[in-house]
Ligand binder design. Structure first.
Ligand code: COA
Ligand code: MG
Length: 298
């Protein structure tokens, strides 16, 4: 069954309070306990312990349990994995992935660690964050590097820093990369997860950005504050108007097929197979969400 990944909430791995709140009260689809940039340099060790303890003692319910490790160009990433593996996360989130071999290195290390710890082989999946210029350029080899990879996430803030872009509300300075990530994800049948929206007191701006991400093909968006979860969840659930329109198109399409017509006009627009496939995708997505008792207002 495909995973539901509308909202992916991050919190510092050394904050047991935030992890507990997220795991037990908040409605994010995935919880990412961070060991990377959300944790001060002198708290890495403590964060690993807190994350492990939290994973072992809390019931995350249906929420995906993820740990973000440090990038492979640091001295921390191996300890991040070995010291948290007993907590059996659903997956690891890998920041600043720059190449296929970069990801493969983590994969091999993880396989070895799974073996020595008696963890089921290949049971832990990976999500790669693409947030450097090099990562964007080498997207195809990253996306195809390993079967463990289940999603590509786009990180706009680090990318902007890497390429020397100045962030604007419209985001055109990172548009190429944002588009490249979602395209690579589709080509390799991976989920695409959009970047964070740092201004957590601006729900309208967040909704606008999330809606655009969905229109681009993203399946969900990263969140950094509880207040961002509901707006994101709602945007990534097709609206009642979209669902109605998709149902209408599919019904009329069937009639036209029975009459031997391919393309037809509906409400002043030409409709043919690409639009029908989009309508089918919307209905499939809604059916899949509803089968898990997830509705538009959740
Ligand atoms: N996950 C879980 N709970 C969170 C949270 C998060 N990301 N952000 C805030 N909360 C909780 C707070 O603990 C507080 O709950 P409490 O009153 O029960 O303690 C409540 O939500 C309201 O928080 P608020 O006071 O509005 O925010 P704050 O000032 O405590 O925290 C941030 C602001 C930005 C520091 C915080 O949202 C945060 O840590 N975000 C994630 C940062 C991160 O992980 N960065 C790296 C990845 S990009
Ligand atoms: Mg980052």
């Amino acid at each position: 069954m495909t995973r539901v990944r509308r909202s992916i909430l991050f919190m510092p791995g050394d904050s047991l309070r935030k992890i507990t709140k997220a795991a037990t009260q908040l409605t994010a689809d995935a919880i990412v306990m961070d060991l990377e940039d959300g944790v001060a340099l002198d708290r890495k060790e403590e964060a690993r312990q807190i994350v492990t303890e939290a994973c072992l003692s809390l019931d995350f319910g249906h929420r995906e349990k993820l740990i973000r490790i440090n990038p492979t160009n640091t001295s921390w990433w191996m300890d991040d994995i070995t010291q948290t593996l007993d907590a059996k996360p659903d997956g690891y989130v890998i920041p600043k992935v720059e190449s296929g071999p970069d990801l493969k290195k983590i994969c091999d290390f993880l396989s070895e660690a799974e073996h020595t710890r008696g963890v089921e082989p290949h049971s832990i999946h990976l999500i790669a964050i693409i947030e450097t210029a090099r990562g964007v350029l080498l997207l195809p080899e990253i996306a195809g590097a390993t079967k463990r990879l289940s999603a590509l996430a786009f990180g706009s803030e680090d990318l902007a820093g890497d390429i020397g872009a100045i962030r604007t509300p419209e985001g055109w300075e990172v548009f190429y990369a944002r588009s490249a990530v979602v395209t690579a994800a589709a080509a390799y049948r991976l989920d695409a997860i959009d970047t964070i929206y740092p201004n957590f007191q601006d729900p309208e701006g967040l909704k606008k950005e999330a809606l655009f991400a969905r229109q681009m093909g993203y399946r969900g968006k990263m969140a950094i504050h509880p207040g961002q979860i509901k707006p994101i969840n709602q945007v990534f659930f097709p609206s009642p108007e979209e669902i109605k329109y998709a149902q209408e198109l599919l019904e009329i399409h069937e009639k036209h097929q029975a009459e031997g017509t391919g393309a037809f006009a509906y409400k002043g627009k030409m409709v043919d197979m690409p639009m029908i496939r989009s309508a089918q995708k919307i209905i499939e997505q809604v059916t899949s969400l509803q089968s898990r008792s997830i509705h538009h207002q959740d």
